[in-house]
Design a protein around this ligand. Structure first.
Ligand code: NMX
Ligand code: MLT
Length: 407
């Protein structure tokens, strides 16, 4: 049965909208935004169990939901929290790998390499060498996922301390859930535990066609294990048109703060700043989307958080003004198909507010969340026996010939 037709514009235009991937874990509606296993993000936040006294749910509960499609009970979430506690200790060589990078290295390059350095521990790779039956591939993929996800907060917080704090950091607390333990290791008090939970949950998945999710799936389709696939997807996430946009927003805003000498600009000044950026041939970071045609609900959730917890923050005031002035400007310019803000327009200012001023680190925080969705997909890829990816390419001359014949 035919479900789609391919246009030349799609072949040369980044395969936009081409229906050629399958995932049951999330679906992105252009108007409504992402649904995880059928639930909108507000529904996910309302339904998942929360740690006592917390505003945001357990990240561990999201993994259960993405894997099974069911909202977990408290006790089911507790099982995953316990599993992560057992698996969170890093092999000592990972610290050596991180230490070997120069202090001015990109945190994403260090993150990707640190994950790659654990590949020798992959249960899938070992069992594959020993001749595991393909019907059982999903099981060691699940084990690798649990091992890796449990370790990511430790890896990330160590990278942060090594690159920016001379290696000084707080040791992990095995009694805390993933979000709270990350905040604890970063040395940031409440409500940063809730910021971490919010951040990891909203970034977890955005169906399969975005660069990071697609890369994870593509690399995994060669039966490369979870470590190889997640390290690879992070390299895609590190691009400025994808996850790096969250740090670009901060860099861009800091330029304006400097120009304004710390004052809130007038709307006219803000409009001029936006036009200057566009006229110099750059994109407005944090705005536009390949699929979405409305304000990203991930942006709205973070905006709600800011309105509750940091409404007087200078950068929040800037961001709020951008929400007002950028969409009409992008519409007037007439290029971007979606003039509305995406997830990256709002995330960096929250980390900045709570003291993480080293914005090159922000994409690592996106990467921890994205690893949850991609590994959930990889487990199902192995369970369902999805094929190795191998689309067909054509030459430009062939496309021109086809276009001529069509005329
Ligand atoms: N500022 C200026 N121009 C833009 C923007 C923007 N925010 N968004 C799109 N355009 C331009 C785009 O560069 C293209 O120009 P040209 O024809 O000269 O190549 C034109 O509008 C059409 O692009 P679209 O079809 O609307 O967008 P596309 O699907 O190609 O790309 C993004 C989607 C997200 C890459 C693009 O909107 C963008 O570059 N946004 C800014 C960077 C950003 O925020 N990225 C983060 C996306 C979310 N994430 O986390 O991954
Ligand atoms: C994402 O979360 O991956 C981004 O919004 C990009 C996308 O979905 O294309």
């Amino acid at each position: 049965m035919v479900i789609d037709q391919v246009k030349i514009g799609q072949v040369i235009g980044g395969m936009r909208s081409l229906k050629c991937l399958v995932t049951d874990i999330s679906y992105l509606d252009p108007q409504e935004g992402i649904r995880y296993r059928g639930y909108t993000l507000p529904e996910v936040f309302a339904k998942l169990p929360k740690p006592p006294g917390a505003e945001m749910p357990y990240v561990e509960g999201l993994l259960f939901l993405l894997l099974t499609g069911d909202v977990p009970t408290e006790s089911e979430v507790g099982d995953i929290v316990d599993e992560f506690k057992k698996r969170r200790v890093l092999p000592s060589h990972v610290y050596d790998v991180i230490d070997a990078f120069p202090k001015d290295a990109s945190p994403m390059a260090v993150f990707s390499a640190a994950i790659l350095s654990m590949q020798g521990d992959s249960s899938f790779a070992r069992l594959y060498r020993e001749g595991i039956n393909k019907m059982e591939y999903w099981d060691p993929t699940f084990e690798d996922t649990m091992d890796l996800l449990a370790k990511l907060p430790e890896v990330a917080s160590y990278i942060y301390s090594r690159l920016y704090k001379d290696g000084k950091r707080t040791q992990g607390d095995p009694n805390l859930d993933m979000g709270a333990n990350f905040a604890h290791m970063m040395g940031i008090p409440k409500p940063y535990d809730d910021v971490s939970r919010l951040n990891f949950i909203i970034h977890a998945d955005h169906e399969s066609g975005n660069v990071s999710a697609h890369t994870g799936h593509l690399v995994g389709s060669a039966l490369s294990d979870v470590y190889l696939s997640i390290s690879a997807m992070l390299n895609g996430l590190a691009g400025p048109l994808h996850g790096l946009a969250n740090q670009e927003v901060l860099r861009w805003l800091q330029d304006l703060v400097e120009q304004m000498k710390g004052k809130v600009p007038t709307e006219e000044e803000m409009k001029q700043f936006v036009w200057d950026t566009l006229n110099s041939g750059q994109v407005i970071p944090g705005f536009g989307h390949a699929v979405l045609r409305k304000t990203d609900p991930r942006y709205s959730l973070q905006r709600e958080f800011c309105q509750t917890h940091m409404k007087d923050d200078l950068l929040f005031k800037y961001t709020d003004m951008l929400y007002k002035v950028v969409p009409p400007i992008l519409t007037e310019q007439g290029k971007a198909k979606n003039p509305w803000p995406n997830v990256d327009a709002q995330s960096g200012i929250i980390h900045w507010h709570y003291g993480i001023k080293e914005y090159p680190f922000y994409t690592v925080l996106f990467g921890i969340g994205r690893s949850i969705g991609i590994t959930a997909n990889l487990i199902w890829d192995r369970a369902l026996g999805y094929a190795i990816e191998r689309p067909k390419s054509l030459s430009t001359a062939m496309l021109e010939e086809m276009a001529k014949n069509a005329k």
